[in-house]
Ligand binder design. Structure first.
Ligand code: GDP
Ligand code: MN
Length: 370
């Protein structure tokens, strides 16, 4: 679960990581009553990065300038996300920009600390173009990230004096935040030099979804698309991808295997929906409706292994409101004869072999694109 910058900074404040004085607004008029000192920086609160480049971050020297910027940014669309809130903070006079992050390295199976003197810009770009400018420390989970690790990392990016001391304090604190709050990423970019001190000008924190339940005090941010909301409301698990083949299956394992088979034969799943065990005709009807609504879907692949789920219920769910696109159905298990009869009567061919069915759906999509 991604936190907004202002939410991440509330955490920073709790852990005494230095941030700018600021507040969050949703309406233009809220700028009037602020007791902050100009110049102010106005920052779009969206869960996507690169807000600066997208025009979502502006400095204002006066109230009238602040209103002008706020008017432009509120409601702005940044990479598909509409700006509803602005963080308004006292602008920092930035000397240099550093980068600091703790992130779960899945290969090393531990947190790693990453630092760079090339802060302020996309760290992926730094990694690609000048990998030598990135310093890393993999953290032994039993030892933790100790002050001496902070000093090594800080010296590697050429910090000294009060800046190095600040760096040690901020990095050890950020590590503690990561572990305590179950963050899979905690990033400060830029970690800026202001005067002779370090300040967290930006903040990005992602909480491990599997640990969110352990943190009732953290905010809950929904990142669901409209269709994901619809599916959730119907109690169906649905996930969007960006291909052109919609996928419905029953049971997480079968659905994952279906995605793999389709990919194996060169197809690209557009989404997938798990109707779960014991799916009813109504569940199936809703499932077809949801996956077919996604734009860019050109074929539907239904892969059902009937156990508690009955193939005749599935078949009736499909035929009661067939999708407006080509469809391939693989159906075996409980009541499969009846299921097959219902689908056949509706002119739908049923496969028993999932690989054959997957190949068929991929060739349908390919055939149409040629
Ligand atoms: P991002 O673009 O979403 O990563 O947002 P950031 O908060 O990192 O801001 C992008 C850039 O805007 C920073 O790298 C800074 O150069 C600039 N910026 C942000 N806040 C301030 C500020 O308080 N003062 C100054 N001078 N520049 C700022
Ligand atoms: Mn940033």
């Amino acid at each position: 679960m991604k936190l907004h910058e202002f939410q991440a900074k509330e955490l920073f404040a709790k852990y005494a990581i230095p941030i700018q004085k600021g507040t969050v607004i949703e309406r233009l008029e809220q700028l009037d009553g602020l007791t902050l000192t100009y110049p102010l920086v106005l920052k779009a609160q969206v869960l996507v990065g690169g807000r600066g480049k997208a025009g979502g971050i502006k400095v204002a020297k006066s109230l009238s300038e602040a209103k002008q910027h706020a008017r432009a940014i509120l409601g702005m669309d940044i990479k598909g996300e509409k700006v509803k809130r602005l963080l308004v903070a006292e602008a920092a006079e930035i000397g240099a920009e550093y980068y600091l992050a703790f992130v779960v390295d899945r290969v090393a199976r531990r947190l790693v600390a990453i630092a760079s003197a090339a802060g302020g810009i996309d760290i992926e770009d730094v990694a690609r173009q000048t990998p030598g400018k990135i310093a890393r420390v993999a953290i032994d989970p039993f030892l933790g990230f100790q002050p001496f690790h902070g000093r090594v990392l800080g010296r590697n990016i050429r910090l000294s004096g009060t800046l190095l001391n600040d760096f040690v304090k901020i990095s050890t604190t950020l590590y503690r935040l990561c572990v305590t709050e179950d963050a899979e990423l905690a990033e400060i970019n830029p970690l800026a030099v202001v005067g002779d001190r370090l300040l967290a000008v930006d903040a990005k924190v992602i909480i491990d979804d599997n640990a969110v339940f352990r943190h009732p005090d953290l905010p809950r941010n929904e990142e669901l698309t409209e269709l994901e909301h619809m599916a959730r409301a119907s109690g169906l698990s649905y996930v969007e991808l960006d291909g052109d083949i919609a996928i419905i299956g029953n049971g997480a394992g079968l659905v994952m295997a279906t995605l793999d088979i389709v990919a194996h034969f060169g197809g690209r799943p557009a989404n997938f929906l798990d109707v779960g065990g014991g799916a009813t005709e109504e569940n199936m009807r809703r499932a077809v409706d949801i996956v077919a609504r996604k734009s860019g879907v050109r074929a539907l692949f239904v892969n059902i292994f009937g156990g508690i789920t009955r193939c005749d219920d599935i078949a009736r769910g499909i035929t009661s409101s067939p999708p407006p696109m080509q469809m391939v159905v693989r159906l075996t298990g409980t009541n499969e004869d009846e299921g097959r009869r219902i689908l056949k009567a509706a002119g739908i061919h049923v496969y028993v072999d999932p690989e054959e069915a997957a190949q068929q759906v991929v060739s349908l999509v390919r055939g149409r694109s040629m």
